[in-house]
Every structure is written in structure tokens, then in C-alpha cells.
Design a protein around this ligand. Sequence first.
Ligand SMILES: C[S@@+](CC[C@H](N)C(=O)[O-])C[C@H]1O[C@@H](n2cnc3c(N)ncnc32)[C@H](O)[C@@H]1O
Length: 458
Amino acid sequence: MRIAQIFASRSLDIEPFLWRTIESEQKRFLEEVHNYPEDDLLAAMQAHLIYIIMCVVGEAKHSQNWNQTILLTFEALCDQLKRMQFEPFYRDESINPSLSWDDWRSAESRRRTACVWFLMSRIVAVKSHSHYCTITDNFRMLPLPAPKAQWEAQSEIAWAQALEAGHPNMSTIGHLLDAHQLPTNLYNILGAGELSRLDTHPVELLVTLRTIREALPQGPQRIADVGGGPGKYAFALADQGHLVDLVDLSPGLIQIAQFEQDKRDAAGETNVLQSLAVGNALDPDILQHGIYDAVLLLGPLYHLVEESERVNAVANAARLAKPNGVLFVAFVSISAHLRDIAMRDPSRLIAEKEFYTKYLQDGRYEKFKPGVGNVHSFHTQVSDIRSFFAENFADTLELMELRSQEGILGGSLDTALSKSEPQVVKAWADLMYEKYSTGEEHLGCADHLIAVLKKRDL
Ligand SMILES: C[S@@+](CC[C@H](N)C(=O)[O-])C[C@H]1O[C@@H](n2cnc3c(N)ncnc32)[C@H](O)[C@@H]1O
């Protein structure tokens, strides 16, 4: 730590002293390594990795001897590691969860060291007794570091809370690599997470289902769910006797829906979907035109950052509907994102000032997110939704209502209800639907806003 501090504030005249100190540290380590207990060995590995990084960052030009010492140290570490046989060096938390905070910190420290070691070995490959000095033979299984909130927790309680707040969907280097191969399809990565999303937003689910139910006539209706993901709404509507066709851009999510469909089929249930397929809301021929009593577009507009694309997606959805058919079109609000960062990471508002100045004007959230890839999202607000329909669809669609899908429980406030009894959740959802989801003063509380539109009979 002390050496790292000197390195960070080094001046030209102190450099020779700094490198000499590191060199002698490494020599001492080489002499003593065979006597190190496990914890000291881990600390030595961490120090060694930091020294190598310092060498590279500091562009230090060393003698041949010095470079030799670095390689010998690497080799000695590798040998010692194998000899101590505490394989695997790292432990996957999802398979072997830690029993206490201390236990977790020690396991996480190893996981982090293993990750850095793996990355370093992409640059420096050292052979020891004819084996390459690798931390694992299957790097795809190497766990990724835990989220910052868990690692930097200042107390056991804060750590437990961060753990409870959840794990990322991606936990290994293998997941990360797959994600980078599918940068445009965030939902392939979210997979099962998207399936359970509405379980943690029970009010959003029930208010939306009631919105659909109240806007449709009694009896089975033909419904197209475009961008329906894993089919949470599609299956719920099939359970109510409707005839639903599901389409989504993400093959991963359609696969999850297919799994549910097969399960229902195998059980001989009749509440199955009429069809499910991969498809793009921007494709005008995504499904048959003019035959649907209702078309759901509850997701694609969250990701279409160009207004012309959003217009196309709504126009395509309108083509699918019968005259007088109903469209349900959802949007994400800018306030949802602001509430989210205010709770999770408030410093971003100033740390990313330029980004947020622009975002607050145009609602385009376009970023590279480590572990996810390129994210393209679009967020908006009530007045802009009204003008979007007035300017582009006044002749073809009539805006019947605009509703907050969470009522006043946006900002994930409805998550607390996910552990409540069903009758409690229903009571809240009914209250939100009846009193707190359409008033102008309540729309600002929405994370998601649903527009209900009737296709004009021209
Ligand atoms: C947040 S999820 C919503 C899923 C579901 N409709 C719901 O409300 O729970 C957004 C969905 O839109 C889908 N999607 C995004 N862009 C799309 C597009 N251009 N065409 C079809 N689906 C799209 C995604 O794959 C994802 O399943």
C-alpha cells in the first residue's frame, strides 16, 4: 500500500528509489515464498500484480535482471499455488455461497485476484515446468467481481442489504463474452431476469392487465403482443381465454416463452398461445393485418431512440388492428431513470454532467454498459407522449387515456408489495387503478406510462 502511494505521487528523482524498493521486495518474496501460509501468499500475489501494473503504467525501463525477477516471481507464485492445492483458487458464490461477511470478503478477494491474474496472463504468459501458469483451465467459468455496492459495503448490514438487492444476471467471464457477441440485444442477456421482472412489480402487472381488460369487450379477443418478451402478459391473457400471438425481437426471450408453452402443451392445457415467433416491431408484416381486436406494444418503444422508428412501430401495430381495435402502447418516463440514479448512484448527475444535460432534453439513453453491451433506450414525459400521438396519428388513432402503470408507486415502490398476500396486492392495484393512475397530478409518479388508443374506423 505504501509503495503504491509513493508510486501515485512519484517524482522523477524518487523513481530509482521506488523501483529498487520493489525489486528488493520481490527478491525477499522469492526467498520466503515456500514458507508462506495461504493468506500471505494471496497478499503476495496481489502485491506482485500491482507491481507489474506499475511497471507497465510507469513505462519503467528496467535492467534485464529486474525483468527476470518479475518472471521468476510469477513462476514461483504459480508453483506455490499449485503446490498448496487450494484449487479452485476462487469459489463461485452462486454454487458455494459464503456463510458470513468475513468469509465472503476473503472469497471475493480471491475472485478479484483471479480476474486480474487472468487479464494479466493475456499479456504475460509464463511457463512453469512445462505448464502455462494459468489460474484456471476453463476461463469461461471464472467468476466476475461482485457489484461495487457489495464489495465496498462499510458494515455487515450494508453488505447484507447489497446482497439482498440482487446479483447481476451475468456472473462469469463466459457470460460477459457472450454478452459482447450480442451487443444489440440486451434482452437475450437479461433472459430469466426479464421473466421475473413483473414479479417484483406486481402493481404494474395488475394495473396493466386491468387497463387491457376494461378497454376490451367481454369474451375471447384476438390479441397481438408485439415485444411481449417472455410472455408474462401474453400467457396471463391466454389464461383469461384470449387468443394471443406473441412476437419479440429477442430469440432468448422467445425461447423462454416456448418453454412455458411446451409445459402447458404437455399438461394438455388449452390456455396456450396461438403462435410465438421472433420478430421486429419495425417489420410492417410482422403479423397479419387487420385481424386483431387488440395490439400490445409494451416494450419496443423503450428502445427505439429515433422518433421516425417509434412512428413506424406504432403505425405497424395499428395496421394489425381491426377498425375500432385497441392499441396499448407503453413508454418509460425520464423521471423513472432520475429516481433510479438518485437512489442508487446520485453522483452520476454531476459526474456525467454532459451526458445528463443532453439526456434531459432528448430522452436518449445511449451508453456502453460493461457486462451488457451497447444500450439504446428512450425515455420520455407525459406532454411529449400526447404530442407524439397528436402530431403523427391524429387521423388514424384516438387517444382514449394515458395511465401510470404503477399509479403513484413508481420508483419501484411497488416492489415492497411483492411479498404481500395476493389480496393485499390486488387492493393496492385496484386503488392505484381507480384513483391514482390517470389524474394529471399522478402521471408524473409513473415509471411506465401506457397509452390506450382506438383505431379509427375510416
Ligand atoms: C422491458 S421488456 C417488456 C416485455 C413485456 N412486454 C412487458 O411489458 O413485461 C421490452 C421488450 O421489448 C422487446 N423489443 C425491443 N425492441 C423491439 C423491437 N424492435 N421489436 C420487437 N420487440 C422489441 C425486447 O426484446 C423486450 O422483450
